[in-house]
Design a protein around this ligand. Structure first.
Ligand code: DSN
Length: 413
């Protein structure tokens, strides 16, 4: 990242970017959906490929001069197919939400019923939330999690039989158990529904073979590229050949205009990185770190939804305390830990206040944190909950987070 070049044109913007670099360097990043892209990924995202319009598909564009763009996009497509073992990939979605929108546009008619995970139980806005296109234009039925923080597959089957959804959606933004894609497929088959798997959060874990893949079960697979997959911000849609032409048409011209080819180049690089043996180690370490963090917190008598985690994410459940998720996220920010307030299942508090804080390990694992560091992070969080607004004690905790940040410098060259 060459800030000097930006400075020559715009000192104000350069200064903001520098401040953000310092914030990232001096903060323990526990937002479960964030990560630190490699220098190569970021450089690609800043290249001259941003200059090119390339509406259409590779070799079938509406603009001339796309020969290099075609080559780059095909590189990303072929790498996606190889990494995930899918028949067809479209790497053009600007985001996960737009990937999902394209699948809806292709597979559903307005007013059709969808069955997805409830947002406050760990689902995603685009899985049928009433404030999102998915809940506005489609009839949503939602499933949640049981008292153990697990999807109740019997409930999913019961709802599917009762409401006959045209599409069942699995995948989540805040679910700490392994998703049983086979079970979802069985339910979809019994009820004649399409199955869409949104693997945005766990794409890196699937690529690294530490979470089962939905390939062979789901009709459509969508993902973002910037979470555990550690690429640039963006999305991808994968499907079988049978749906390929329809999905491509739904994305463009249905949902998007010109693709972001500089971001597609960055996706290609991230996909190559995810094919390396080191990425498997990285994915395995994400899970080891999450388990260590959960244990450390539970050892300190902090409740975790579902009593632990099997993947990269977990939710601190504050219901037995007098604190809210919003308050804890703000206190953590003060001491140098970034996380987000999040509802716990059946949360009595609103999504703006919440009784939980979601935490995850993809970003700190990229930084180099290991289990022993996660134990220290867990102890720091537990202390923050008990010392609360004691400024001296909070300063002391801040010193401990800064020590960890110094131990693992970020973007140092
Ligand atoms: N906003 C993302 C997350 O934080 O999980 C999901 O899109």
């Amino acid at each position: 990242m060459n800030i000097e070049i930006i400075k020559r044109t715009d000192e104000e913007a350069a200064e903001i970017i520098e401040k953000e670099l310092n914030r990232q360097r001096n903060t323990i990043e526990l937002i479960a959906s964030e990560n630190f892209a490699s220098r190569a990924v970021m450089e690609a995202a800043g290249t001259i490929l941003t200059n090119k319009y390339a509406e259409g598909k590779p070799y079938k564009r509406f603009y001339n001069g796309c020969e290099n763009i075609d080559e780059m996009e095909m590189l990303a497509v072929e790498r996606t197919k190889k990494l995930f073992g899918v028949e067809h990939a479209n790497v053009q979605p600007h985001s996960g939400a737009q990937a999902n929108m394209a699948v809806f546009l292709y597979a559903l008619n307005q007013g059709d019923t969808i069955l997805g995970m409830d947002l406050s139980n760990g689902g995603h806005l685009t899985h049928g939330s009433p404030v999102n296109f998915s809940g506005i234009y489609f009839n949503t039925v939602s499933y949640g999690v049981n008292e153990y923080g697990e999807i109740d597959y019997d409930e999913v089957e019961k709802l599917a039989k009762e409401h006959k959804p045209k599409m069942i959606i699995c995948g989540a933004s805040n679910y700490s158990k392994i998703i049983n894609f086979k079970k979802f497929k069985e339910i979809a088959d019994k009820t004649g529904a399409f199955l869409m798997a949104d693997i945005a959060h766990i794409a890196g874990l699937i690529a690294g073979k530490v979470h089962p893949s939905p390939v062979g079960y789901a009709d459509f697979i969508t993902t973002t590229t910037h979470k555990s997959l550690r690429g640039p911000r963006g999305g991808i849609i994968m499907c079988t050949q049978e749906h390929a032409a329809g999905i491509d048409k739904a994305l463009f011209p249905g949902v998007q205009g010109g693709p972001l080819e500089h971001i597609i180049a960055a996706k290609a690089i991230a996909l190559k990185e995810a094919m390396q043996p080191e990425f498997k180690e990285y994915a395995a370490q994400i899970v080891k770190n999450a388990k260590a963090l959960a244990k450390s917190l539970m050892d300190e008598n902090i409740n975790i939804v579902g009593n632990g985690t099997e993947n990269h994410v977990m939710t601190i459940d504050l219901r037995k305390t007098d604190k809210t998720g919003k308050e804890l996220a703000d206190i953590l920010e003060k001491i140098g830990i970034t996380a987000n307030k999040n509802t716990v299942p059946n949360d009595p508090k609103s999504p703006f206040i919440t009784s939980g804080v979601r935490i995850g390990t993809p970003a700190v694992t990229t930084r180099g944190f290991k289990e022993e560091d996660m134990f220290e992070v867990g102890k720091i969080i537990a202390s923050a909950i008990s010392v609360w607004d004691n400024e001296t004690a909070l300063n002391n905790l801040r010193e401990r987070t800064q020590k960890l940040c110094k131990k693992y410098p970020l973007y140092k060259d």
